[in-house]
Design a protein around this ligand. Structure first.
Ligand code: A2P
Length: 338
């Protein structure tokens, strides 16, 4: 009989945490689960996979002696910084959705379609990081094109949904629709666009923009790619959209480039201008794939292309990617007999 792995879900009551549970119930991992959140919701009952679970309080000792193999964390950066080492010390591999550990050189940063091989790097610290939502969907599209034509430069411009800012962001759009003032964002998001996601850095970039730059280098394992980004919050509930401009080292044929995207894992090409078919956030909602369209040559450079890339930021951009990492880990352990 195959082993049943023990998985802790930390932050199970949150927006991403609940999506973790949905994706886990769809993918049916060989696992049993324990749910954690803060003392505020300890004791809350959550129905999941035909059972009622009682949420437990996250503490430094809550993992001890319980044989957890994996701890899926989505409870904010501060909580991850404080508690992930406790989970790892107790023997669990932490898959962390926050930005707390992403740039640690001893922590792999993984998008399975791009660098699944890096999963064995968990052995250094017992932690694997799940990338930023905007970066995940971008690199899924970049990878097959970098392999084929070697990307020299990337210009990202994002149109990001309010759900990326958690319950608070979602609430601000709902409040705005009702004519009420925002609580989470510094300005109204309804009928508006905010060219600020996360805090500003000394460079004039926002932290979200810097994350896209740094994480692209780390996941693609190529610091030579020149990357710049402008990230914008738009009044959309679900699904991030991105305009991505790429410049290549090598020449390409547009039809072949399209075929490379069509045959790449995790991508659905929706690109039929004659029939006004292109990816939109409303079509990506609750889907695991990354949708790519508006594929057209950039005539302003020798070898360049423009893409429009859309994905569900809470699924592929967070929960699905983390669960895929857990599946890669289990695959690795099976080859090692664990
Ligand atoms: P809780 O419901 O007890 O506050 P969101 O990003 O949607 O707000 O979700 C955040 C998630 O992280 C929630 O499940 C929340 O639990 C959890 N969380 C926040 N702070 C802590 C903490 N200090 N310890 C454990 N869980 C936390």
């Amino acid at each position: 009989m195959s082993k049943n792995y023990k998985i802790a879900v930390v932050g199970a009551t949150g927006m991403v945490g609940r999506k973790f549970l949905q994706v886990l119930s769809e993918r049916k991992l060989p696992a049993e689960y324990t749910l954690f959140a803060s003392s505020r919701s300890a004791g809350t009952e959550i129905d999941f996979m035909g059972k009622t679970y009682v949420v437990e309080e996250l503490t430094h000792t809550c993992f001890d002696g319980r044989g957890f193999d994996i701890a899926l964390f989505s409870a904010g950066g501060g909580t991850s910084l404080t508690f992930a080492p406790s989970a790892a010390k107790a023997g669990a591999v932490v898959i962390d959705n926050s930005s707390a550990w992403r740039m640690d050189k001893d922590v792999p940063l993984i998008v399975p379609e791009v660098n699944a091989h890096a999963v064995s790097g968990y052995k250094a610290k017992g932690i694997i990081a799940n990338p930023n939502c905007s970066t995940i969907q971008a690199v899924v599209a970049l990878k097959p094109l970098h392999d084929a034509y070697k990307i020299k430069r990337v210009v990202y411009s994002t149109y990001q949904a309010v759900s990326g800012a958690g319950m608070g962001g979602y609430g601000d759009l709902e409040r705005g629709i009702k004519g009420e003032a925002p609580l989470k964002f510094p300005y109204p998001i309804f009928g508006n666009c905010l060219p600020q996601i996360d805090v500003f850095l000394d460079t004039g970039y926002t932290k979200e923009e810097q994350k896209m730059i740094d994480e692209t280098h780390k996941i693609m394992e190529d610091d030579a790619i020149r990357v710049t980004a402008t990230t914008v919050r738009v009044p959309v509930f679900h699904g991030h959209s991105e305009s991505i401009n790429l410049e290549f080292d090598r020449p390409f044929e547009l039809e072949e480039l399209r075929e490379k995207l069509e045959s790449a894992p995790g991508i659905i090409v929706v690109d039929d201008p004659a029939n006004q078919k292109y990816p939109m956030p409303i079509d990506a909602e609750d889907r695991d794939e990354v949708f790519v369209g508006r594929i057209r040559r950039d005539f302003s450079v020798d070898s360049g292309v423009n893409l429009w890339v859309v994905a569900d930021n809470i699924r592929k951009g967070a929960a699905t990617n983390a669960v895929q990492i857990a599946q890669e880990l289990i695959k690795l352990w099976k080859t090692e007999g664990k």
